[in-house]
Ligand binder design. Structure first.
Ligand code: BES
Ligand code: ZN
Ligand code: ZN
Length: 499
């Protein structure tokens, strides 16, 4: 989709549809909506008076201009109560409206930087939200649908109208919004791919392609190199699968120093059957998305490479399947991780922490100054926080505070959970240094406590995205399937670290 800033009054733009807005509780149309209302001889005012346009968030009302305006359709989108407006609501409302218009067969749309000037929302962040909302909301994963429905529709062009002196900031916001949304959509694609296509080898190939497109450095360690590095925990998980594991490293160099400022580590289980501790078959298909953390960190690097902040960032993705077989890891097995620590594996379904242990050690060995890992790690996190917030766990309050702020900016909510020492007791093993599961309670925290053993004192945040990486509802800028969480958060964070 082409997205363009234009110098014009939205009332005068020739497009298949123009989008204006209305706030809940307001008796009269305002701003550009008032100008459109005037051109329509008061039709919008009339509908507000009749109670058909209430301005509720995501409310969509269609009017036909019947020649009174160059655009043939006018959509009035509800933005909710004005004092409660946020960029995230703009993002969602634009997404819903664009999807609705696509369904109506509309190909070109014009609008304004919705919400600019309200509640401290700048013109740039409003235009960025409009861009992101359109691109994220119109995302669809249709690769394997061979019957091309001719009524699916496609919006080919989105125009954002503003004044002459707004053109440059609008253009910059569109570029930034596009980079962020396309990175998130790239991650969504990887997660939505079925596991028979998105194998560890395919993830490595996707990383290489990304590196080629955006000038990143890509390195892929093979099984032998993992063995040389002593990655016994990762290899333990991989030993049950016919697919070769891949250890993917992408690097972005934006500063002159040779230090790695941030290592982004992402869980790359391309299918999690549970292994010998096999999962129930109901819902197992969702486990094709157990590499969402890995996809997110790679996607974040592609956006960072385009935005070029002066900082060095690395993405590290241990990728493997977790399957049962004659060669698979068994409950009771003891593995030696790259750090030298021994792990008693009491449940082969707690595999994410095993592969992350070695990836965290790898990041530490390269002396990364801070580490953020992203993983669909525990069902317990989803029980605790639902599908609204990702869980955050950290040994460094300053870093986790920054991530929470970056997440709020992106509309990707993050909630911090505690890391009291007492939780570590659950991981005591009688036969090894640590065991890979705790008891029934506080499972998201004990998983984080396990990871903490492999980062020592490096400032670190663990994000558990088990609940947020996928959605079963189409809502706002989210469509069924992968969400792309937390790609935009990670990019916002890296940009904020440079400021
Ligand atoms: N990949 C799963 C966690 C998960 C569950 C992600 C649901 C997304 C949705 C992880 O590897 C797992 O199986 N964790 C176990 C840990 C348990 C055995 C300690 C879990 O959460 O049940
Ligand atoms: Zn598992
Ligand atoms: Zn898993």
């Amino acid at each position: 989709m082409e997205i363009k800033a234009i110098v014009d009054n939205v009332v005068k733009v020739k497009a298949d549809a123009i989008i204006v807005n209305h706030f809940e509780g307001m008796e009269h149309p305002d701003g550009d909506t008032a100008a459109v209302d005037k051109a329509l001889d008061g039709a919008i005012s009339q509908l507000i008076k009749q109670g058909e346009i209430k301005g509720k968030l995501h409310e969509i009302t269609l009017l036909h201009s019947l020649g009174k305006l160059p655009a043939s359709r006018i959509v009035v989108t509800g933005l909710g109560k004005k004092p409660e407006l946020s960029v995230n609501k703009v993002r969602g409302a634009v997404a819903e409206t664009c999807r609705w218009l696509r369904h109506k067969g509309v190909a070109s749309v014009a609008t304004i930087a919705q919400g600019a000037g309200i509640n401290d929302i700048s013109l740039e962040s409003a235009a960025q939200a409009v861009t992101e909302g359109a691109l994220l909301g119109l995302y669809a994963f249709r690769r394997y649908i061979t019957k091309k429905e001719n009524d699916f529709g496609e919006i080919k062009q989105l125009l954002i109208a503003g004044s002459e002196n707004q053109k440059l900031p609008l253009e910059q916001a569109i570029v930034r919004g596009r980079i962020l949304a396309e990175a998130a959509n790239w991650a969504r694609d990887l997660v939505n791919e079925p596991a028979n296509y998105m194998t560890p080898s395919q993830m490595a190939e996707a990383a290489r392609q990304l590196a080629k497109s955006y000038g990143l450095k890509a390195e892929v360690l093979e099984r032998e190199q993992m063995a040389e590095a002593g990655m016994g925990a990762l290899l333990g998980v991989a030993q049950g699968s016919q697919q070769p594991p891949k250890f993917i490293v992408l690097s972005y160099k934006g500063s002159d120093s040779d230090e790695i400022d941030v290592a982004l580590v992402g869980k790359g289980i391309t299918f999690d059957s549970g292994g010998i501790s096999i999962k129930p078959s109901e819902g197992m298909a969702d486990m094709k998305g157990d590499m969402a953390g890995g996809a997110a960190v790679m996607a974040a690097l592609s956006a960072i490479a385009q935005l070029k902040p002066k900082i060095n960032v690395m993405a590290v993705v241990p990728a493997t399947e977790n399957l049962p077989s004659g060669s698979a890891l068994k409950p009771g097995d003891i593995l030696t991780a790259m750090s030298g620590k021994t792990i008693e594996v009491l449940n082969t379904d707690a595999e994410g922490r095993l592969i992350l242990a070695d990836a965290l050690s790898y990041a530490r060995k390269l002396d990364a100054k801070s580490i953020i890992d992203v993983a669909t790690l525990t069902g317990a996190c989803m029980v605790a926080l639902g599908k609204i917030c990702s869980g955050a766990f950290s040994n460094n309050q300053e870093l986790v505070d920054k991530i929470i702020i970056a997440g709020n900016e992106a509309g990707e909510y993050i909630w911090q959970l505690p890391m009291y020492e007492e939780y570590r007791e659950q991981l005591k093993s009688d036969v090894a240094d640590i065991k890979n599961i705790g008891n029934r309670y506080g499972g998201a925290i004990t998983a984080a406590k396990f990871l903490a053993e492999f980062v020592d004192d490096t400032p670190w945040v663990h994000l558990d995205i088990a609940g947020t990486s996928e959605t079963d509802k189409e809502k706002g800028y989210l469509v069924k399937g992968a969400t792309g969480v937390p790609v935009r958060t990670l990019v916002n964070l890296i940009l904020s670290l440079v400021k």
